[in-house]
Write a protein that binds this ligand. Structure first.
Ligand code: EPZ
Length: 424
């Protein structure tokens, strides 16, 4: 199994290009189930999660092929017989659940395995199912699978789509994709506002759908007869962008970040600047990030967009370990998303968990140690800590990081980091 060996202490310098957004590409790939004709997607990152989605779509009768070495992906529906997203794939990646809406809308039937839990907590899909039922889907539970039928098509309706933790990103995506071919108009109140949801809405419109309000809490979808193919560019990955901003800050380096949309980063930029990180927006989607050695303690609360993203909570915590004082980090989306706390403490951090909050006591230095990745973003936090820790850090189970970061060790090495991918 691969592991990373990182020698800390290098100040990162140079330029890095951000890849296309994983969490935009996954629902957009699923949406291709709705289309008659070929879809070309550009800037699709080459990640484990994307390869899993390709596997799932191929089982669902979609032909998928990539132009080697580019982010270009072609997708075309060839066979609509299979409507079952099996547990074997769904348990590996929760994002698979977003085939539910398109299958139901286009094939009148879907059988999707319940995703089960993962390292950041249990991942219910009750809101997804509620949305499908509201559109007229008939729901049954079948041995851990959700079976939904709509032989006579779906009917537009109004719905309030939020749970105890607020809106749902993939739930909003599923309902949007189910509603585009429904009879009549659908209003999603309390829809997720994430940029990835906006990207999906824009993609659907490029295929002939009538979606308005994406990016606000009220999305309106007017059903149409059919969707055609299109040629579409995926947005840059704001979580990868934030991760490299933090890499510049934690290593006391200076990085030019290319292909980043700073409009999606306002909450992250606010917290980084509050911590003492310098961020200058360039033109044509670039930014230069650097920091002084002294970091201010900063409170962090994760919230649905436009709040501070939960997917950067672990990485921000790694930076705050070295702040000059105590910070509080509160996780409002996935209250158990703290698998990185124990591992950072092994590196000399002083983190004390109190329920959904971690008190981060600033320390002067971190020390390299063997640590274990547990989930995608926790492993990114350990990489950041390894960049600054004294000595060598060995991070095992890096397959977690391969799910969401394209060639992270190559990108970091190009910035001067001493990081190697080795075999255990
Ligand atoms: C998406 O997950 C992202 N994944 C996650 O990124 C991200 O952390 C999350 O949104 C929040 O921003 C993809 O887009 C593939 P939610 P999603 O439904 O849609 C609860 C990463 O690291 N909820 O917005 O599954 C849920 O438990 C991943 O790239 C229900 O209660 O998240 C959570 O507490 C990790 N019932 C909250 O809502 C439901 O039916 C938000 O979850 C659905 C969700």
């Amino acid at each position: 199994m691969d592991y990373f060996r990182i020698e800390g202490g290098t100040r990162l310098r140079g330029s890095v290009r951000i890849s296309g957004a994983k969490n935009a590409a996954l629902p957009i790939m699923a949406a291709c189930i709705l289309c008659q004709g070929e879809v070309i997607l550009r800037d699709v990152p080459d990640l484990a999660d994307i390869r899993l989605m390709v596997k799932l779509l191929e089982r669902l009768g979609v032909k998928v092929w990539r132009e080697d070495g580019t982010g270009e992906m072609h997708l075309m529906v060839q066979d609509e017989t299979n409507t079952h997203a099996e547990y074997e794939l769904v348990r590996q990646m929760r994002g698979s659940v977003c085939v539910m809406g398109p299958l139901l809308a286009k094939r009148g039937l879907c059988r999707v395995s319940m995703p089960g839990g993962c390292a950041i907590g249990d991942r219910p899909i009750d809101l997804h199912v509620m949305g499908m039922a509201a559109l007229g889907g008939r729901v049954e539970l079948l041995g851990g699978d959700i079976l939904i039928k709509a032989e006579h098509g779906l009917k537009g309706t109004e719905m309030f789509l939020a749970g105890p933790f607020g809106s749902t990103v993939l739930g909003t995506a599923n309902v949007m994709m189910a509603a585009v071919l429904a009879q009549g108009t659908t209003v999603i109140e309390s829809a997720a506002c994430e940029p990835e949801v906006v990207d999906l809405g824009n993609f659907l419109n490029a295929c002939g759908a009538k979606v308005t309000g994406q990016g606000t809490h009220r999305i309106i979808i007017e059903g149409v007869e059919e969707l055609h193919g299109c040629d579409y560019q995926i947005i840059p990955d704001r979580i990868e962008t934030g991760t490299f901003m933090l890499a510049a800050a934690i290593s006391n380096g200076e990085i030019e970040i290319q292909n980043c949309d700073m409009n999606d980063m306002l909450a992250v930029v606010d917290r980084l600047r509050r911590t003492g990180v310098n961020i200058e927006k360039g033109d044509d989607r670039t930014a230069v990030v650097s920091s002084s050695r002294r970091l201010e303690p900063t409170p962090i609360v994760t919230l649905p967009y436009p709040g501070f993203p939960t997917d950067l909570q672990a990485q921000m915590m790694a930076l705050l370990c070295l702040a000059d004082g105590n910070s509080m980090v509160t996780e409002r989306i996935f209250p158990d998303r703290f698998m990185h706390v124990g591992e950072l403490n092994r590196m000399g951090a002083r983190l004390h968990r109190e329920g959904p909050t971690v008190i981060v006591e600033g320390v002067k230095r971190l020390v390299g140690a063997p640590v274990m990745a547990s989930d995608l973003r926790a492993s990114a936090a350990l990489v950041l800590a390894g960049l600054v820790a004294e000595g060598v850090t060995a991070i095992s189970r890096v397959y977690h990081i391969d799910r969401g970061y394209e060639q992270i060790e190559a990108k970091l090495s190009a910035l001067g980091a001493k990081i190697q991918r080795l075999q255990e």
